[in-house]
Design a protein around this ligand. Structure first.
Ligand code: UD1
Length: 360
């Protein structure tokens, strides 16, 4: 059995690292196709190095562009790979432009598509990711679903029950399996930043809806500035956000420490010791919940409602007052309440076994 896995953006490297390792255990042959959507060392290669992901068999180098151009370039390049080699199925992850390109290329060539992290919905069609998720789910033959909430979303859209497989969350697999590696780095990282455990906030912002509108971005920065009066805010900057701050000449307060993008281990390590998190990332919201760290999600909706119902996550939007009010909160939920919602830490092995049952 031979699988083509499509990756392109940072969170996909984390998910693929877990699934690739499960494929190796199950003796499934995998060809990794990297679209090149993310290409900076700290956004791509660093993750391959840290997580032990094999070097991609195909690097398509599509780079940055508008949504149509980026998706189109990736679609064309993936199609060429699928024409040259035959695969039993194409595996796509999450909700990026690379996901949609892989799903479309495969479905139109009648290669079955399997989707990891299927069924998530924000119900906000203005988000490019929502379009990517819905379309990918509807051309997929196998939908690997992380949560019960995601199953309901797929049923509501009339997806054939036989295609839906609840496996748990592959990022939860990663959080468990790499725990000793990232916990080991904590002391050195905190010392390097001159921070004390539970006495700083960790922030990330990258969504177009937060960076592209100047008023929204200013409100978020005002929220970060006010939060930094409680404790320092460490903010590794996504390249898009750095570019926007430079263009708009926005300079947060000194206690908001702007940093370059960091690797998976550094992020997890800083997360487990943080007093709180401010983010618009789906992955970080969830990881914060795994560790019971209180989170302000800088959006009005989330694809991971389980993080909210368990009491760990609050949707503050880009509302400065709500961001600060939530940062005052000291305790998140018990991690056990949350982790139960995300499976048993073996989602990747379940995916490998289900693919074997279906395609070999
Ligand atoms: C993409 C995904 C998003 C995911 C995120 C993870 C889509 C629609 N969005 O958003 O779901 O949460 O990845 O980070 O696919 N850039 C660089 N160097 C890089 C990568 C990006 O400078 O290595 C800059 C470019 O200016 C680019 C911008 O960042 O235009 C945005 O990158 P892009 O891949 O288009 O989308 P993300 O915001 O990263």
């Amino acid at each position: 059995m031979k699988v083509a896995s499509i990756v392109g953006a940072r969170p996909q490297f984390i998910k693929a690292a877990m699934v690739s390792a499960a494929f190796a255990r199950a003796e499934i042959s995998e060809s990794l196709i990297h679209t090149g959507q993310h290409y900076d060392f700290a956004m791509s290669e660093l993750f391959f190095e840290q997580l032990g992901l094999p070097k991609p068999q195909h690097s398509l180098g599509v780079g940055s562009a508008s949504h149509g151009a980026q998706t189109g370039r990736a679609l064309e390049a993936i199609e060429a790979v699928l024409q040259a080699e035959s695969f039993d199925c194409v595996l796509v992850y999450g909700d990026t432009n690379s996901t949609l390109a892989g799903a479309l290329a495969a479905a139109k060539m009648h290669v079955p598509v399997a989707h990891v992290e299927a069924g998530l919905r924000s119900f906000n069609r203005r988000m490019p990711e929502e379009i990517n998720r819905v379309l990918t789910d509807h051309v997929s033959e196998m939908l690997f679903v992380p949560t019960e909430g995601a199953v309901k979303n797929l049923r509501d859209e009339g997806i054939d029950e036989k295609k839906i497989h609840v496996v748990g969350d592959v990022m939860y697999d990663a959080a468990l399996s790499f725990a000793s590696l990232y916990r080991d780095r904590s002391a050195a990282l905190l010392e390097g930043e001159n921070l004390r455990g539970n006495d700083y906030f960790l922030a990330t912002v990258h969504r177009a809806e937060n960076t592209d509108d100047e008023t929204v971005l200013r409100n978020i920065i005002a929220g970060m500035n006010a939060t930094s009066e409680i404790a320092p805010v460490l903010w590794p900057l996504h390249p898009r956000t750095r570019a926007r701050l430079e263009t708009l000449n926005l300079q947060p307060a000194d206690a908001v420490r702007l940093r370059e993008p960091i690797g998976y281990f550094e992020m997890q390590s800083l997360l487990v010791n943080a007093r709180g998190v401010l983010t618009d990332s789906g992955g970080l919201q969830k990881e914060a919940a795994f560790h019971g760290v209180p989170t302000s999600t800088l959006r009005d909706e989330t694809e991971w409602p389980e993080t909210v119902t368990c009491g760990c996550n609050t949707l503050t939007g880009a509302d400065t007052d709500r961001i600060v009010a939530n940062a005052m909160r000291c305790h998140g939920a018990q991690p056990e309440l949350v982790t139960r919602a995300f499976g048993d830490g073996h989602a990747s092995d379940k995916i490998a076994q289900l693919l074997l049952q279906n395609f070999s």
